[in-house]
Design a protein around this ligand. Structure first.
Ligand code: SAM
Length: 294
C-alpha cells in the first residue's frame, strides 16, 4: 500500500521521449495518487505500466477539461488526491490542464507542481543560444498571415524566441522566418530530444531550409524551433535617448527636436527624424474616436 498523499491537484511532468526522464518524486506521487488525469489514457498506460503504477486513470483533454474541472475539484475537496499528466513533458505547457489548475486555485485547492522535463527548457539548455532571457510562444499560427504577423514581432526582440513546431510545417515556417526576419537570422532546431535520433541543427534560416531539404530524414520527428534574438544595429537608439526625444517633441518641431537631440546624445539626426514620424503616425492610430454629444 502506497503512502497517502495530502488532498491536492499534483501537476506532474513526465518524459518527452526517454522513459528514464522521470523524477523519483513524480513516480511516488503517481503511485500514491487516488486518480491520475491523463491527456490520453492509452498513451500514458505505457509509461505507467513501465513503472508498475496501477492508480486509476481517467481522461482529461482539451475537449472535456472545462466540464470535468468541477468534478475534479469536488473530488479533491472530499479528501482525494489527483495527479495530472499529459502525453509528454509538463502539463499546461502547450498541453491541457490550464482550466482545471486555474479552477482549483480559484476554489482554494492546493495545486502542487512536480517538476521535470519540458521540451522548451531541454532544447534551450543545450542549444548554445543565449538563455539569460527568452520568449516562449508555444505553437506558431498555422495561417500564413497570422504566422507572418507573429514573426514581425520578433524583428526587434533581442531575447531568444522558442516555439514548438510539427514536422509537417517546419519547412514552411522556416521559409516565413527567412522572409520576415532575413535568411541570415540564426536558427537552432532541437529535434527528437532525449530520443535515439536526437539532433541539434544550428544554421542561418536560409541555409537551414536547404539543409533539411537535402535529407528528408532531417524533417522527421518532433521539433523545437529556436530563433536567435535580433542583434542591435548601429542605428538603434537607446531607450533613454528616445524618452528624452519624446519630451523634446512636445516643445519643438520635429526638425529642431531631432537636431537638438542628435547633438546632445551624439546619435544620428536622420534616424531620430524617422522615429519622430513613426511616433506621430502611432499617435494618430491610437487617437480615440470623438464621442458624439448627447
Ligand atoms: N508539454 C510538453 C512540454 O512540456 O514540452 C509539450 C507538448 S506539445 C503538445 C508537443 C510539442 O512539443 C511537439 O510538437 C514538439 O514541438 C515539442 N516536443 C515534445 N517532445 C519533444 C521532443 N522529444 N523533441 C523535440 N520537441 C519535442
Amino acid at each position: 500500500m502506497e503512502d497517502s498523499l495530502k488532498p491536492a491537484l499534483y501537476v506532474v511532468a513526465t518524459p518527452i521521449g526517454n522513459l528514464e526522464d522521470i523524477t523519483l518524486r513524480a513516480l511516488r506521487i503517481l503511485k500514491s495518487a487516488d486518480y491520475i488525469a491523463a491527456e490520453d489514457t492509452r498513451h500514458s498506460r505505457i509509461l505507467l505500466d513501465h513503472y508498475g503504477i496501477q492508480s486509476r486513470l481517467f481522461s482529461l483533454h482539451d475537449h472535456n477539461e472545462r466540464n470535468r474541472r468541477v468534478a475534479i475539484s469536488e473530488f479533491i475537496l472530499s479528501g482525494k488526491s489527483v495527479a495530472l499528466i499529459s502525453d509528454a513533458g509538463t502539463p499546461l505547457i502547450s498541453d491541457p490542464g490550464y482550466h482545471v489548475a486555474a479552477y482549483c486555485r480559484e476554489q482554494g485547492i492546493l495545486v502542487i507542481p512536480v517538476p521535470g522535463p519540458s521540451a522548451v527548457i531541454s532544447a534551450l539548455s543545450a542549444s548554445g543560444l543565449p538563455t539569460d532571457r527568452f520568449f516562449f510562444g508555444g505553437f506558431l499560427p498555422v495561417k500564413s498571415k497570422a504566422l507572418r504577423e507573429e514573426l514581425e514581432h520578433l524583428r526587434l526582440v533581442t531575447a531568444t524566441s522558442v516555439y514548438y513546431e510539427s514536422p509537417r510545417r517546419i519547412l514552411d515556417t522556416l521559409a516565413a522566418v527567412a522572409e520576415v526576419l532575413g535568411s541570415d537570422r540564426r536558427v537552432v532546431l532541437g529535434r527528437e530530444l532525449t530520443k535515439t535520433f536526437e539532433s541539434f541543427y544550428d544554421l542561418p534560416a536560409g541555409e537551414m531550409i536547404a539543409f533539411l531539404r537535402e535529407d528528408p530524414c532531417r524533417q522527421k520527428g518532433e521539433f523545437v524551433l529556436m530563433i536567435a534574438g535580433a542583434t542591435e544595429s548601429k542605428d538603434d537608439i537607446p531607450q533613454e535617448v528616445l524618452s528624452a526625444f519624446r519630451i523634446m517633441l512636445t516643445r519643438l518641431p520635429l526638425n529642431a527636436a531631432s537636431a537638438l537631440c542628435a547633438e546632445i546624445f551624439n546619435v544620428k539626426k536622420n534616424e531620430l527624424y524617422r522615429r519622430g514620424l513613426e511616433f506621430a503616425r502611432d499617435a494618430e492610430d491610437h487617437e480615440p474616436a470623438t464621442e458624439s454629444e448627447n
